[in-house]
Write a protein that binds this ligand. Structure first.
Ligand code: FES
Length: 104
């Protein structure tokens, strides 16, 4: 397994573990927001992911559905944003105050 940064998130009673790299541009997610519905929102380009499944809820909302950008200010973002990939999530168990993460 390749080395990566693991990010553990506690929200309410729930604990999640994810690869600390946004699937969009692999930037850290340490400043991402988490909604009450368990959706992680990357603060860079606002892609959204389901924290339970990793599924994409929204992919760079500033881009057109085909991954391109008509807005000249983010046009360069279009070509590097076409490979939609879900968030890498890992199973978590909390037992007696300890957090266990299954990495494989
Ligand atoms: S780096 Fe997260 S949405 Fe672009």
């Amino acid at each position: 397994m390749e080395a990566f940064d693991l990010l553990v998130i506690r929200t309410g009673e729930s604990v999640f573990a994810i690869n600390n790299a946004c699937p969009h541009l692999h930037l850290p997610l340490t400043n991402a927001d988490v909604t009450e519905e368990g959706v992680l929102v990357c603060n860079m380009h606002l892609s959204c992911f389901d924290l339970l499944t990793g599924d994409i809820k929204a992919w760079c909302p500033g881009l057109d559905p085909d991954g391109t950008a008509k807005n000249p200010q983010i046009k360069a973002l279009g070509n590097i944003s076409k490979n939609r990939t879900p968030l890498n999530v890992f199973p978590v168990r909390v037992n007696e105050g300890r957090i266990w993460v299954a990495l494989e």
